[in-house]
Ligand binder design. Structure first.
Ligand code: PXL
Length: 283
């Protein structure tokens, strides 16, 4: 059976992030995506100047009510960029309506040590609440620090610092935690913790000197698709890392405007293959 995901994310028209990458990524992995848009934006907020935005906060609950009337079921609820703090409550309502669904929270708030403009103090507090209710969370390093109440520019110095972050995040509630884009010393990797198995995982990646928007969304989508397909955490993390490495290397070679994101269209075919290339190790 095809798995069904309710994807509670924004729809940004230009810049290849959120729903514009989540939909094709999960579809090519054989998973149906039912978008629940949190907002519509002309572009993402990363460098295109003044953005035209419509907040869809008042859309989400009536949409959920319709799904309930239809008796629809979802195998996964996957949330990301939220346009208002009320949308945290709406995500929690999706979670409680579908208690058997895999609850994935990508706590989109910040990157590279800096909160996005939309990341208010209230959103930080409420995002912690949402993360606590999730099964899987996928913060980048900056978001992980914010969720832990640390300075967003906090940089772990050692593997044990990273393991401590993973364990503390998991103690907040989620069974599985993946922190993306971790740098300690000269190593770059994604770090994962499966609290049920009490195992920490490290999946290294080759850093590149361009930061493309939307890569966190693609990582979390491949990870979600792989977990829904029954992959173990290290294999799901490796599939996500391999795919991103291919997409980033492809894009970098064409010297495109970084604001346009990764050249997903050239690479999507690779995702329908199951082999893993990059290694994983215990952290
Ligand atoms: O990729 C994260 C993201 C999602 N949605 C919007 C964004 C960003 C990052 O900048 O601006 C609207």
């Amino acid at each position: 059976m095809i798995k069904k995901v309710a994807a509670i994310h924004d729809l940004s028209g230009v810049g290849r992030c959120s729903l514009t990458v989540i939909l094709p990524t999960l579809s090519v992995m054989g998973i149906e995506v039912c978008p629940v848009p949190t907002a519509i934006l002309s572009t993402h907020t990363g460098g295109f100047g003044e953005v035209e935005m419509r907040d869809l906060t008042d859309y989400i609950m009536p949409a959920l009510a319709h799904y309930k009337r239809l008796g629809l079921n979802f195998d996964c609820i996957y949330s990301g960029f939220l346009a208002s703090t009320e949308q945290v409550s709406h995500c929690l309502d999706f979670f409680s309506t579908y208690p058997d669904a895999l609850k994935v929270v990508d706590p989109v708030m910040a990157d590279h040590g800096k909160p996005y403009k939309t990341c208010t103090p209230e959103l930080r507090t409420r995002m912690k609440e949402l993360a606590a209710a999730a099964d899987v969370i996928t913060p980048n390093l900056t978001e992980a620090a914010i969720l832990l109440g640390e300075d967003p520019s906090y940089l772990p110095r050692s593997h044990s610092d990273v393991k401590s972050m993973l364990a503390r995040l998991s103690h907040m509630g989620p069974e599985t935690v993946v922190i993306t884009s971790v740098y300690t010393g000269d190593e770059a990797y994604n770090a994962g913790y499966d609290s049920k198995a009490n195992k920490y995982w490290k999946v290294p990646f080759k850093p590149i000197s361009a930061a493309y928007p939307g890569t966190g969304d693609v990582f979390a989508s491949v990870l979600t698709g792989a977990l829904l397909s029954g992959d173990s955490l290290p294999i799901a993390m490796s599939r996500a890392a391999d795919f991103l490495e291919l997409a980033i290397m492809t894009t970098f070679s064409y010297n495109t405007d970084v604001r346009e994101g990764i050249m997903l269209e050239s690479c999507l075919g690779r995702l329908s293959e199951h082999g893993i290339m990059s290694g994983y190790e215990l952290l």
